[in-house]
Design a protein around this ligand. Structure first.
Ligand SMILES: [Zn+2]
Length: 167
């Protein structure tokens, strides 16, 4: 059938690699999610090699997609058994944009370009407390908006401690 994705899945099964069965992505599904202009532009982006560093983590795919901005946009798509269940792109347009189309087309036509990564929680579970503290610190330095998450966690933690003290 010339289906690269199915061939890849069969090869992984043959090698004994645990393969997460995901939704079978088709061009039809991508066309249904995007408007026709976005589909066309996304196709041009994909064909022009705009999709960079594609990664698959479980049922999610992540990649960067070059666009009109200096910085490439970050695209994330979640594939469920019944279709594309969630998606996001850091570009200002919102909705199912041409960058998401480009990344989905890369997954459809060039699945072997996606580097498989274990789920983040699995990687983090192997880190020491000190490594985790350093990593979170660097994440906060890179993305100060995440500081609010720290504050929420701090408040929740404090609440739990108070309950223990009074309970
Ligand atoms: Zn976008």
């Amino acid at each position: 059938m010339g289906d690269g994705y199915a061939v890849l899945a069969a090869a992984k099964l043959a090698r004994g690699v645990i393969f997460m069965p995901t939704f079978h992505l088709t061009e039809e599904v991508i066309r249904q999610m995007a408007d026709s202009a976005s589909f066309q532009r996304g196709n041009t982006y994909y064909a022009g090699g705009a999709v960079q560093n594609p990664v698959s983590v479980g049922d999610e795919i992540h990649a960067r997609c070059e666009g009109s901005s200096y910085q490439p946009y970050e695209v994330r798509v979640k594939l469920g058994p019944n279709g594309i269940t969630d998606y996001s792109c850091t570009c200002p347009r919102g909705d199912f944009c041409k960058h998401i189309v480009a990344v989905c087309l890369a997954r459809l036509h060039d699945p072997q370009s996606f580097r498989e990564r274990p789920p983040s929680e699995q990687v983090l579970a192997g880190f020491s407390r000190e490594q985790l503290v350093n990593l979170v610190k660097r994440m906060l330095d890179c993305e100060p908006r995440l500081f609010s998450l720290l504050e929420v966690a701090e408040a929740a933690n404090k609440g739990a401690v108070d309950e223990e003290a009074w309970g």
